[in-house]
Design a protein around this ligand. Sequence first.
Ligand code: G3P
Ligand code: CA
Length: 274
Amino acid sequence: MPCVRPEIVAHRGASQHRAEHTRAAYELALQQGADGLECDIRLTRDGHLVCVHDRTVDRTSSGRGVVSTLTLAKLNELDFGGWHHELPDSADDLVHEPVAQPSAEVHDRGLLTLEDLLGLLKDSPPHVKLFIETKHPVRYTGLVEAKLVAQLRRHGLSAPVSKEESRIVVMSFSRLAVRRVREHAPKLPTVLLLDRLLPGLRTGALPDWADITGPGVHLLREDPDYVSRSAEQGHDTYCWTVDKPEDIDLCRRAGVRYLATNAPANTRRHLESG
Ligand code: G3P
Ligand code: CA
């Protein structure tokens, strides 16, 4: 069995220690040496892509409402940091020197747009990848993917020299969304996220518009050999969301390439101690 260290992807930033999808969460993830950043994107009423997981802002902000019915200006009035109890970072947590300057608190807790996050990516070490998950309201079917690719194109990120070298990876549970991204930007690597292993996928094969398989860690607990079967079919594995020591060990033993975690420093420490 392969035993190479998985690459650590900060799930919604370092979201165990900072409010998810805030600048503070991503800056901490980079300080902790994350190899990748994960974010969810949604479309606002006036057509901006913003980093919010839920359909509404009720859980993660000081406001209420459905993201797709709110304008960017309205969302910018909200505090996205206050709901989360910030945990102190012990010196042990910071295993790498900070790469980003701390910003003003209010700046750290506001809404993060995809544009903001792309800016942060540009200022981060060149090996760091951004894993963008499209969460798309039905009424905007197709528009999220089209806007995403257009925005990546403006940043020169939509047509990497090779998929391996791409700084962007696009993911979705929606087969339609992944296929659309492939149509718009054939050179971008894609992940098909899986919360169930449907019979057609158990062999490790994927449709030709997906490069990487993205099982939840619960699927690997039931079927750890899925990772090697995928590798035999030419597909790396991105596994989410892996915080428990036994799950980290499982992913390493199975040969998972990308490991999405809410606690990058703890996960790295566990990997390095094993
Ligand atoms: O990284 C994939 C994972 O984030 C999918 O689940 O609900 O956290 O977006 P969710
Ligand atoms: Ca996600």
